[in-house]
Design a protein around this ligand. Structure first.
Ligand SMILES: Cc1cc2nc3c(=O)[nH]c(=O)nc-3n(C[C@H](O)[C@H](O)[C@H](O)COP(=O)(O)OP(=O)(O)OC[C@H]3O[C@@H](n4cnc5c(N)ncnc54)[C@H](O)[C@@H]3O)c2cc1C
Length: 423
């Protein structure tokens, strides 16, 4: 094992422990990895790092595809910072420790009469990791997790605990999507919703049918999304269950979730594709265990159809061997300075490359194509962002950078990639 010249952290640590993200495309070997058990240990760890001039990054579930976690300094594993700390039913508010996984929120919240207002396709992420990149589900009247953040406790780059809340909107809007650069979130408060049940309807429409109903479905459904398949091999790559014998080329795996009144246990159904259950049990679509490397771009919702068809044409004419489905979703406007949904109704387009293949020419062409649609990018998925592009896309970029510099003037929470983008 290599030796090092640093003093050692005041909490339990490992040295030079290699870290790899879920997708296997980001790795690093931090000098120290620590797993604080409470806020005081986070504070001790960060103060130690500041004293030793070590950069610090937090990791949640490691489900981002971008170099947003990597560090050679101190990696803070947030797995032990978990649990619901407070529920205010009258105000639909829930407080959670920063490392709480989304899969651990549903049950305790339901018991108190609340549910998360919307969720994405999987439930593995930590709440702070999801907030850091504006993780979202689908629904033009819904926001991302970030749009629901109302308060946070953060260990900042001065080695202090600070609170950010609705009394200081400038800081809150910076914290809503902060890429982990304001510091370590030890506790967060989300605006939730009174608990609700969902009924799932999975179907496999042909593209012509989707196109004919697109505008109505987007406007009227709580959750509307689909994964368009360019070939027969496409569904298996995302483990999408499809009816045997149904040709899937130019069809989609389509999901609709409607809010329904249900009496438990009689009203609950576990029939795949037609489940009726508590909201948090419906959102997790299962599957997605095979690795893929994903890019996700956001175009104005009014250009949805045009953008989807342009992407389909690019694949069919130039990249017939790129087989992953295109996932298509929608998100409503929000106000976070670095939210990719900043003040616009958004159509979400996700495409993936196969790990181990050279998918970069494909992804670069997708990037160039969607730039003409004024696209923004998922912070946690593959992109080609530069500072100049971010400045152009985000009207409040300067305000974000000013707050970041106030929280962390010496760039303790930056790595090379983030320094370039928001330093
Ligand atoms: C299979 C799969 C499915 C996905 N589905 C969706 C989806 O449906 N919708 C969607 O929008 N995205 C989706 N994503 C992307 C994913 O939600 C985001 O990349 C998210 O940020 C990952 O959360 P995480 O807990 O893994 O965070 P990580 O990837 O570990 O970290 C992300 C960022 O959060 C920071 N961070 C983590 N914890 C803290 C903390 N306590 N304080 C401060 N900063 C912190 C990290 O430093 C880093 O900057 C998916 C990804 C995968 C691999």
């Amino acid at each position: 094992m290599p030796t090092h010249n640093y003093a050692v952290p005041p909490i339990s640590y490992a040295t030079y422990q290699p870290w790899t993200n879920w997708g296997g495309n980001q790795t690093c070997t931090p000098a120290f990895t620590v797993a604080p058990r409470d806020e005081q240990e986070v504070l001790d760890a960060v103060r130690f790092a500041i004293k030793q001039n070590l950069p610090v990054r937090a990791v949640g579930a490691g489900h981002s595809f971008t170099p947003i976690v990597t560090t050679g300094g101190m990696l803070i594993n947030t797995d032990a910072l978990t649990g619901v700390t407070d529920v205010d039913v009258a105000r639909n508010r829930v407080r959670l420790r920063g490392g709480t996984r989304i899969k651990d929120i549903g049950d305790p919240l339901w018991e108190r009469g609340l549910s998360l207002t919307n969720q994405g396709d999987i439930i593995e992420q930590s709440i702070s990791g999801a907030l850091a990149t504006a993780t979202h589900g689908s629904g033009i009247r819904q926001t991302s997790f970030s749009g629901r953040l109302r308060w946070a406790r953060i260990v900042n780059g001065h080695g202090e605990i600070v609170e950010v809340g609705e009394d200081d909107l400038n800081k809150l809007l910076a914290a809503q999507v902060a890429l982990g650069t304001l510091g370590i979130m030890t506790e967060v408060e989300l605006e939730a919703s009174p608990r609700y049940h969902l009924a799932e309807e999975v179907s496999y429409p042909h593209w012509d049918e989707i196109k004919a109903n697109l505008a109505d479905n987007v406007a009227n459904l709580r959750h509307y999304s689909f994964l368009w398949c360019q070939t027969e091999e496409s569904p298996a790559l995302y483990e999408l269950p499809c009816p045997e014998g149904l040709p899937m080329t130019n069809r989609a795996y389509q999901k609709i979730y409607r809010e329904v009144e249900v009496t438990e246990p009689d009203g609950i159904s576990t029939t795949p594709g037609a489940r009726v259950d508590r909201s948090y049990r419906i959102y997790d679509m299962g599957g997605m265990t095979l690795p893929f490397h994903e890019l996700e771009y956001y175009v104005p919702a009014e250009r949805s159809l045009e953008a989807i068809e342009a992407l389909q044409q690019l694949i069919l004419t130039k990249y017939p061997n790129e087989l992953y489905p295109i996932e298509v979703r929608w998100v409503g406007p929000e106000d976070g300075y670095l939210s990719p949904f900043y003040k616009r109704e958004t159509n979400v387009l996700s495409v993936s490359g196969h790990p181990g293949t050279d998918y970069w020419p494909y992804l670069r062409d997708v990037d160039a194509l969607l730039e003409d649609f004024d696209a923004r990018q998922h912070w946690g998925k593959l992109h080609f962002l530069t500072r100049e592009r971010i400045e152009k896309q985000y009207p409040e970029y300067d305000k974000f950078v000013a707050v970041r510099r106030e929280f962390d003037p010496n760039g303790v929470f930056l790595n090379d990639s983030l320094r370039q983008l928001v330093g």
